[in-house]
Ligand binder design. Structure first.
Ligand SMILES: Cc1cc2nc3c(=O)[nH]c(=O)nc-3n(C[C@H](O)[C@H](O)[C@H](O)COP(=O)(O)O)c2cc1C
Length: 345
């Protein structure tokens, strides 16, 4: 049975889960249009995650995907994080703010949050997907027992084979063009494959349906990926500026005027692609100290953005986007879906 038939979805157009950007309205509009909607819940606690899933279920009876981060948690390294805070202190100082003396993880890994598993079991979304790896076998067995399918984002063959062995029902194959965090299980091991190269490597070797992600902005690109063996394409950047997203006005403006993107690990502590700003230009300098670990760095980045934005400076904003950002179309979710469907046909 094809992936679309399994899910009960008409078109191979999936919204990428994007923490802080996807909303119940955006997810439901994509699902109502015949694609697969998604909620990025990686930065949510259990209460917020349950509220978002139930709100989406109120808006649509169609299936949608929910997504969590599944990074390996590390304790705060006080020496490294203090050196990182010290390095960023001059940036805080220009806004007459002291750099924080303590860093905290802004959210936990799904693997360490049994209450998030309870939310999944209580709300039963059509699919749960994971970024940065899979939870341990004991959690996967609970999902299997509850008959809730799970996917994971992969960036290379060994991760895909592991996903297959761990009972995933599909894989999201994320190419280097993708906006947001690289899905690599180990951030230090990145094969750097493009969306097409990755699909070409995986298609003959993996028996699971493959959902290609990274740099896809138009229906013609989706057709090309389907012709090379993908079951669907997952689009993030293309949907960020839809009216239904949670993107702020200043974020929309930066995306509309973006000329390029770059991958850096100084914002969150893990490599991620975004529109070039102060983080990529100045902070990720060749002489910088090692950044604090993920996600402690992220807490500091968000704080610096907050103090800068309060004084009208938006260059510190975290502005994740893929290489396709310059092909963004100023359309809301329904017209964008209609356009993509027409291009597909
Ligand atoms: C703003 C933004 C936030 C993202 N947040 C998440 C997330 O929370 N979880 C996740 O699995 N992937 C996340 N991603 C990555 C997407 O799932 C997907 O790999 C990517 O958007 C595909 O590339 P594209 O942006 O070029 O379409 C994010 C991407 C963007 C652009």
């Amino acid at each position: 049975m094809s992936l679309l038939t399994q899910l009960g979805v008409r078109y191979p157009i999936f919204l990428a889960p994007m923490a802080g950007v996807t909303t119940p309205l955006l997810a439901s509009q994509v699902s109502e249009a015949g694609g697969l909607g998604a909620l990025g819940l990686g930065a949510c606690d259990a209460f917020q995650a349950e509220a978002a899933i139930r709100a989406t279920q109120q808006l649509t009876s169609q299936p949608f995907q929910v997504n969590f981060f599944c990074h390996r948690s590390v304790p705060l390294d006080p020496v490294k994080s203090q050196a990182w805070c010290q390095y960023l202190s001059a940036h805080f100082a220009q806004f007459e703010q002291a750099v924080p003396s303590q860093l905290i993880a802004p959210y936990a890994s799904f693997a360490d949050s049994p209450e998030l598993l309870d939310v999944i079991l209580a709300t039963r979304p059509a699919v749960v997907s994971f970024h940065f790896g899979l939870p341990p076998k004991s959690i996967l067995q609970v999902l299997q027992h509850a008959k809730i399918p799970y996917w994971v984002s992969v960036t290379r063959l060994s991760e895909a084979l592991y996903a297959q062995q761990q009972g995933c029902s599909a894989i999201i194959a994320q190419g280097i063009e993708a906006g947001g965090h690289r899905a690599t299980f180990d951030p230090l091991c990145d094969a750097g494959l493009s969306t097409q190269q990755l699909l070409q490597q995986l298609a003959p070797q993996v028996s699971l349906p493959i959902i290609s992600a990274g740099g896809v902005m138009a229906g013609g690109q989706i057709n090309e990926l389907l012709a090379q063996g993908a079951s669907a394409a997952q689009l993030g950047t293309a949907f960020i500026t839809c009216q239904e997203s949670a993107a702020s006005d200043s974020l929309r403006q930066r995306l509309a005027t973006a000329t390029g993107t770059q991958i850096t690990d100084v914002i969150s502590g893990r490599p991620a692609r975004g529109v070039i700003g102060r983080w990529q230009q100045d902070i990720d300098s060749p002489l910088r100290p090692p950044h604090a670990d993920y996600p402690y760095s992220y807490a500091l980045a968000k704080q610096l953005d907050k103090v800068a934005s309060a004084q009208g400076v938006t260059d510190y904003q975290v502005c994740w986007a893929g290489t396709g950002v310059t092909a963004l179309r100023p359309l809301d979710a329904m017209p964008l879906m209609e356009t993509l469907i027409t291009e597909l046909q």
